[in-house]
Design a protein around this ligand. Structure first.
Ligand SMILES: NC(=O)C1=CN([C@@H]2O[C@H](COP(=O)(O)OP(=O)(O)OC[C@H]3O[C@@H](n4cnc5c(N)ncnc54)[C@H](O)[C@@H]3O)[C@@H](O)[C@H]2O)C=CC1
Ligand SMILES: O=C(O)C(=O)COP(=O)(O)O
Length: 595
């Protein structure tokens, strides 16, 4: 029998180092642990606790003291700044979490070098363009960021650059310090009544807009994803990209660096701008084609630029930063005392939470499931994984599982039930017993795809009360042979179905047979000719082997015909005991399944 599942391999996030001792906090039948930090989400089996040894967190860039102290309460903290990429790769295999700011490239090599130990990357700030998210996801590593604590700091820096640029503050300051007094050279431009185009109307962009309105500017914004009511509430008109850049006297950039925004300001778009436009960038250097900006400055299309961020930091292109119409700061947007303390605490809490198995609200590469939805789904999440485990153990050795159909029976409408977590747990149940992969919410879909496993989800809309999110979950594996023929449905798929009863997952259907056995411990499924005394016979063999029976149920087609007996057992029966059950003359087939 191929069943190799045990609670020991149920860890989704598990260390690869034998010297590092962790144990599951949950038994294989527990669902969700109680979160020590309220308001955070916890996922079953993703919860791990250190015994003796603490996890190690590498802080690779300067982090506020409050955050470091918070980390130290839970982990060994290694603050090593200015590591070369090679040094980072060498160190990472000894670390469970890594915290960075914008100055560290967390490349695919970093994840590969971690040997599976790195479980969380915390970005102490907003932009995650320096983290290879695809590689993180493929390695089952959660990425969290701290998206809110530096918003105001970045917006204030944007306004500081806007006003300083308009009044030549930096250039005038340098000339005074050089002993000059050039009152005519540094005549500026006024902001009041001018049009400011905010490109990217998110957290920072909207705060910049609010402040710019306070300065008497006419503010428009371009953001293809921003809700119009948010803009309206601040008195900002959302416009197209072309309209924004063509009508602006000032342009302030606040979008993330993505393939779509890479070099979005370039020769072509500069040519569409008003002559003499002024540009502020506190977003990411990569959203501007820097060579094109130098050309636009030289041509007078762009009168001035104030830049906090550069394609390569520190910038190599001295032509741009040395340009007399450019004001430059060394990526200082988030650098206020207040923001850095806030960011440090925000990221430390998220990383500690993630190491404890909670999925922080700021996860970047995992689906977010609101806490209230999670608490409702809790018992079904356990059921989902167990059904996946049972179904795959019913597959006869050698036949590859490629196509799985999951049916959720629910009285709720399709939009009222978020099944991502259930699908991830079914995937985990299907894959882990037959592979060395570990599957969690981060990598479930990726791992399934990589193995060529297609999971189709269907809804069966039931009448009844939508109070409970689900009535049943059915898992079917098609195009495989089963080692327990009775598990095949009429249409030839392996089929198991379960329900939650009094908060406990139950197996309620195998193939076409109705059974009822709680999914705790392990299960023996046994098809026999329905006749008196069978329960007694099997029961007494098990008791002779000192195997405690927790549950027994018989499902039959019709009296005195075939029946399937499902027996829940607390202990693993020996081979000898299983053999004796198989030798009972009325037993036609049987299988032992670990849950
Ligand atoms: N210089 C610094 O130290 C700091 C820089 N930042 C950067 O500022 C930027 C904005 O940060 P937040 O406002 O916190 O992020 P956010 O996610 O709240 O806002 C970004 C906005 O950009 C929009 N957007 C996405 N693609 C767009 C496109 N093609 N065109 C126009 N808008 C688009 C999004 O819809 C979103 O509303 C990020 O790049 C971040 O990395 C943030 C903090 C400090
Ligand atoms: O939060 C962001 O996106 C920033 O750019 C801030 O970067 P930093 O943490 O100061 O390196």
């Amino acid at each position: 029998m191929a069943a190799s599942a045990s609670s020991a391999i149920n860890l989704s996030i598990k260390p690869s180092h034998t010297s590092f001792s962790w144990k599951t906090h949950l038994s294989s039948t527990s669902a969700l642990a109680v979160s020590p930090i309220s308001g955070h989400r916890q996922y079953p089996r993703f919860v791990i606790y250190a015994v003796g040894d603490k996890p190690t967190v590498l802080v690779a860039e300067k982090l506020g003291e409050a955050g470091v102290n918070l980390l130290k309460e839970f982990a060994d903290v290694d603050c090593s700044y200015n590591l070369t990429p090679e040094e980072l790769c060498n160190k990472i295999s000894l670390c469970d979490a890594l915290i960075v700011r914008s100055g560290t490239k967390v490349s695919r090599e970093v994840f590969e070098s971690s040997g599976g130990r790195l479980k969380v990357v915390g970005r102490a700030g907003v932009g995650i363009d320096n983290v290879d998210l695809a590689a993180a996801t493929e390695h089952g590593c959660l990425v969290v960021n701290a998206p809110t604590a530096n918003t105001v700091a970045a917006a204030e820096h944007g306004i500081a650059l806007l006003t300083a640029m308009a009044r030549n503050v930096a250039q005038a300051d340098a000339s005074v310090k050089a002993g000059k007094w050039l009152r005519n050279k540094y005549v500026g431009v006024s902001l009041v009544g001018k049009t400011l185009a905010v490109m990217g109307f998110g957290k920072v962009g909207s705060e910049v807009a609010r402040r710019a309105k306070g300065l008497g500017m006419h503010v428009i914004a371009h953001d293809p994803y921003a809700p119009a009511d948010r803009a309206r509430a601040i008195g900002v008109e959302l416009v197209s990209f072309d309209k924004a850049i063509a009508s602006a006297d000032f342009i302030s950039l606040h979008m993330p660096l993505t393939p779509a925004t890479n070099k979005v300001l370039n020769d072509e778009t500069f040519a569409k701008m008003k002559k003499g436009v002024r540009i502020v960038n506190v977003a990411r250097g990569g959203v501007i084609d820097e060579d094109a900006l130098v050309r636009a400055l030289d041509a007078g299309i762009v009168a001035q630029a104030a830049l906090d961020v550069f394609t390569v930091e520190p910038p190599k292109d001295s032509k741009l930063v040395q340009h007399e119409n450019v004001t430059a700061t060394p990526h200082l947007g988030a650098s206020t005392m207040e923001a850095q303390e806030g960011v440090a605490i925000e990221i430390a809490e998220a990383v500690v939470g993630a190491l404890k198995g909670e999925l922080a609200a700021t996860a970047v590469n995992a689906p977010m499931v609101p806490a209230e939805v999670l608490s409702e789904l809790k018992p079904f999440v356990a059921l989902a994984e167990k059904l996946g485990r049972l179904a795959v153990q019913l597959v006869a050795g050698g036949s590859g599982v490629k196509s799985v159909k999951v049916t959720y029976g629910s009285a709720r409408g399709p939009d009222d039930l978020d099944t991502r977590l259930l699908r991830a747990m079914i995937t985990k149940g299907l894959i882990e017993p037959i592979s060395s992969s570990f599957v969690n919410l981060v990598n479930a879909d990726f791992t399934a795809k990589q193995r060529g496993l297609r999971i189709a989800e269907l809804r069966s809309l039931l009448n009844g009360s939508p109070e409970s999110p689900l009535e049943f979950i059915q898992v079917q594996i098609s195009s495989v042979e089963s080692k327990f023929a009775s598990a095949l449905s009429d249409s030839g798929e392996i089929r198991v179905e379960g329900r939650v009863k009094d908060g406990i997952p139950h197996l309620t259907k195998v193939g076409s047979f109705e059974v009822d056995v709680s999914l705790e411990g392990s299960i023996i499924l046994c098809r026999q000719v329905d006749q008196p005394g069978m329960i007694g016979k099997v029961g007494s063999i098990l008791s002779e082997g000192n195997v405690n029976v927790s549950f027994m149920s018989v499902g039959r087609v019709a009296p005195r015909k075939h029946a399937v007996m499902a027996i829940g057992v607390d202990d693993q029966p020996s081979k000898e005991i299983l053999k004796r059950i198989g030798e009972i003359p009325a037993v036609e087939e049987f299988v032992y399944l670990k849950i």
